[in-house]
Ligand binder design. Structure first.
Ligand code: F0G
Length: 461
């Protein structure tokens, strides 16, 4: 059969509410034109994130009932630890309430002020946690990763020559670890190839620098390796994932993505002494090492989710829905990051709205307009998220790309939801020349996109 279907049937439904354009205009104004500040009930199709928004399976809900809430030594923890060891191959597993807590613990135990942490591209919380310990987060993405319209199978790869050059220039003592974000969320959800994982690992090993994977979307990355990289077509996704991690010294994980859970994460390592230090930090803020800020039932849901996410029928459907959305809007003339990524379609707002300059926030403009058009909530990944305001001069600087991410929650929306998204985006495309830009009316000094407020530089009505 050529038709790829949702490989599940629906047992519980959650109604979603239609709103009128006038209502949305009012709600958007009330929210300072920042869709993070909308109430989710006022959103029809919520593509803000694929994080913590998965629909859990009947098995996961059954596991929730089995959850054992003992403070110490819960069997739920041991089932979680066993699943992580089986899927990732790391010996020491430390649960955390989500990915950024794992990042904080990793960087606080490995980095000192003045250090550098290279990555293909740091996600925003990763960058913020590196900077919070006084170190510098350095992005070494291959050049094609920064050119949205270039078609290349592995635009998440790290530039290995630049990594080697950075190590030569700075010296190994300044670089306590190297990271690979798989898939590269900030750069279009693009995968890293196995060849690149190996090459980066070899450079790291030759200098004695540990390699850590930001593994949030490891299953999508492994499946894209199977689809796109020579020599992997007949390997199982499970084997591919294990091989990726065999090249690494550890990982951080947000189980809110490819853990198919609504909350949770972990940091894992092969280094016993490091794990001991990390557990001590964990106790300070997250909780005892056999629950790490999670309930026993969450640990159960993650243990089951980590195995379900590797089922290839699921991954085939997952990647097909993202590709279907991306190809349909691209065919209608909307410029997207090519090829469509693992968990989301990224519209190139700079190319889509060329008359809106980067400092007039084209991504923010598009996000506001998609909400007005169809009640769809996406997220800006451009100057609002990654640009900077100089604290002394107030001078704004733009981000390297102006993207809008439409992230698909896992197992939540059906094909007709995706058809509606396509229709709304193409309807907006018809009138895109008539929109202007936005400007900030409020911004916080760090992670400003969450709480910023804006005003339009044109009439929205
Ligand atoms: N690393 C990557 C690549 C991520 O995408 C995220 C979260 C994190 C780390 C942090 O994990 O949220 O559990 O603390 N990304 C979400 C998103 C927020 O919408 O892409 P967390």
């Amino acid at each position: 059969m050529r038709t790829i279907i949702e490989p599940f049937r629906i047992k519980v439904v959650e109604p979603i509410r239609m709103t009128t354009r006038d209502e949305r205009l009012h709600l958007l104004r009330e929210a300072g034109h920042n869709v993070f500040l909308l109430r989710s009930e006022d959103v029809l199709l919520d593509l803000l994130t694929d994080s913590g928004t998965s629909a859990m399976s009947a098995e996961q809900w059954a596991g929730m009932m089995r959850g054992d809430e003992s403070y110490a030594g819960s069997p739920s923890y041991y089932r979680f630890e066993e699943a992580v060891r089986e899927v990732f191959g790391f010996q020491y597993v430390i649960p955390t309430h989500q990915g950024r807590a794992a990042e904080r613990i990793l960087f606080q135990t490995l980095c000192s002020p003045g250090d550098m942490v290279p990555s293909n591209t740091h996600f925003d919380t990763t960058r913020a946690n590196v900077e919070a310990v006084g170190a510098r987060a350095v992005d070494l993405l291959v050049p094609e990763g920064l050119r949205p319209s270039d078609v290349h199978p592995f635009k998440g790869n790290m530039d290995v020559a630049r990594l080697e050059a950075l190590i030569q220039e700075e010296g190994v003592d300044r670089i306590p670890l190297v990271m690979l974000t798989m898939t590269n969320n900030s750069g279009g959800g693009q995968p890293v190839s196995m060849a690149n994982v190996r090459a980066v690992a070899e450079v790291c090993r030759s200098h004695g620098i540990p390699l850590y994977v930001d593994a949030c979307r490891f299953a999508e990355n492994a499946y894209l390796i199977k689809l796109r990289e020579e020599g992997f077509e007949d390997r199982s996704v499970r084997e591919i994932a294990l091989e990726i991690f065999s090249w690494a010294d550890g990982c951080t994980m947000s189980a809110k993505k490819d853990g198919l859970a609504n909350i949770g994460g972990f940091v894992a390592t092969r280094d016993e002494e490091l794990a001991r230090q990390q557990r001590n930090l964990l106790i300070l803020t997250e909780g005892f090492p056999t629950y790490g800020g999670l309930a026993g039932r969450d640990l159960e849901a993650i243990a089951i989710g980590l195995r379900e996410v590797l089922e290839e029928d699921y991954l085939e459907y997952r990647l097909a829905s993202v590709r279907y959305l991306g190809e349909a809007i691209a065919a209608g003339g909307v410029p997207i990051v090519q090829p469509p990524g693992g968990h989301a379609v990224y519209i190139d707002a700079a190319a889509f709205l060329p008359h809106v300059t980067p400092l007039e926030l084209p991504g923010q403009t598009l996000v506001a307009e998609l909400y007005l058009e169809g009640g769809i909530r996406g997220v800006e990944v451009g100057t609002v998220m990654f640009g900077r305001r100089d604290p002394e001069t107030g001078q704004e600087s733009a981000a390297p790309m102006e993207l809008v991410r439409l992230a698909l929650p896992r197992r939540v929306y059906t094909q007709s939801h995706v058809d509606y998204m396509v229709e709304a985006i193409l309807a907006f495309a018809q009138r895109r020349e008539r929109v202007g830009g936005f400007r900030f009316t409020y911004q916080a000094p760090v992670l400003r996109h969450f709480t910023a407020r804006f005003e339009p530089l044109y009439s929205l009505a």
